[in-house]
Every structure is written in C-alpha cells, then in structure tokens.
Write a protein that binds this ligand. Sequence first.
Ligand code: COA
Length: 160
Amino acid sequence: MKHTALYAGSFDPITNGHLNIIERASSMFDFITVGIILNRSKTPLLTLEERLDIVRNVTAHIPNVRVDHFEGLLADYVNRNGFDAVIRGLRATSDFEYEIQMAQMNARLYTGNTETIFLMTDPRYSFISSSLIKEVVSFGGDVTGLLPEYALQVIRSKMK
Ligand code: COA
C-alpha cells in the first residue's frame, strides 16, 4: 500500500525551511502533496497561481512531490484525499502550543486514521517565517540562503 502525506501552508512565499521539511518528508512517504491554502484570513503578496508556480518550480527535483491547492478546512481536504499523515514543522517551543491545539482539533475531524507528524525544523531556518522574509526584502535586506532564488526573484518583482 502507498503511504501519502500532506504538507499544507500559505507558502507566501515558500522558504528553505519549508523546502527542507518537504525534502525530508519525501523520503518517509511514497507521495507528498504540498497543499497551498487559499487562506481568507491572510492577505497574501503572491496570487495562488504565483504560489503554485513557485512551489512546483522549486520542488521539481523531488519526484514524489505533487502540488495542489485547497480552501476551507484542512481536515475536509484530508478526508477527501485520504492522506495517511499531515506533516507539520516545529520551529521553536512557541510553535508547540498552537500545533497541538490544531492537531487535536483536526484529529476529531478526520474520518480516517490520519496522523499528524511533526518534524523539527532545521536549526538554520528555525527563526524564519514567510512574513519576516517579506519584511526584510521590502527594505532591501539580505535574505540569501533563506528561500529559493526563484521565489526571491518573484517576490522582488512583485514589490517593485
Ligand atoms: N520554515 C520556515 N517557515 C515556516 C516553517 C518552516 N519549517 N514552518 C512554518 N513556517 C512559517 C510559515 O511560512 C508561516 O509564515 P507567515 O505566518 O509569515 O505566513 C508561519 O510560519 C506559520 O506557519 P503555518 O502555521 O504553517 O501557517 P500557514 O498559514 O502557512 O498554514 C494552515 C496554516 C494552512 C496549516 C492552517 O491555517 C490550516 O489548517 N488552515 C485551514 C483551516 C482549518 O482547517 N482550520 C482549523 C484548524 S484545526
């Protein structure tokens, strides 16, 4: 039986922290779906199409990764697709409280045996978030090594 996992997020933009989680998860599962959420509570810099394009581009070297998008409850998307696991990255202890709340609420909503699996974020990326990167880029700061070059080019051109 093939084992599948979902890695969901806004990816506005995807960072090297996200990419590191995707690469590690891809060796643990047969297929990983990167699910880009159309999150109405956040105002993204990048359109859904731009985020899909960037994520596809920067994960093209990982053969068992596919990229999709969804709206609404994560658990509904998981139930429709029957993922065996949902991958989450933990950056710091401060992430834990929110993550456990979300994992336990989602566990009530899953109709199958989906597990939430936490991977510790690589320490090189434990301090970053998409918003922090956008803020630094908007003031011309150096974010070398924190996100894929292609993603950086797109956000720079959007900010012009
Ligand atoms: N490396 C670098 N940055 C990381 C990271 C990593 N490994 N992991 C997370 N981040 C960043 C993200 O880029 C994000 O930055 P931002 O807030 O500046 O955009 C921040 O940390 C928070 O990440 P995350 O919690 O994954 O937020 P998200 O918006 O990317 O995704 C969902 C959150 C989609 C998983 C969540 O909102 C969801 O499930 N929504 C669906 C609605 C739902 O089901 N709600 C009920 C839940 S019980």
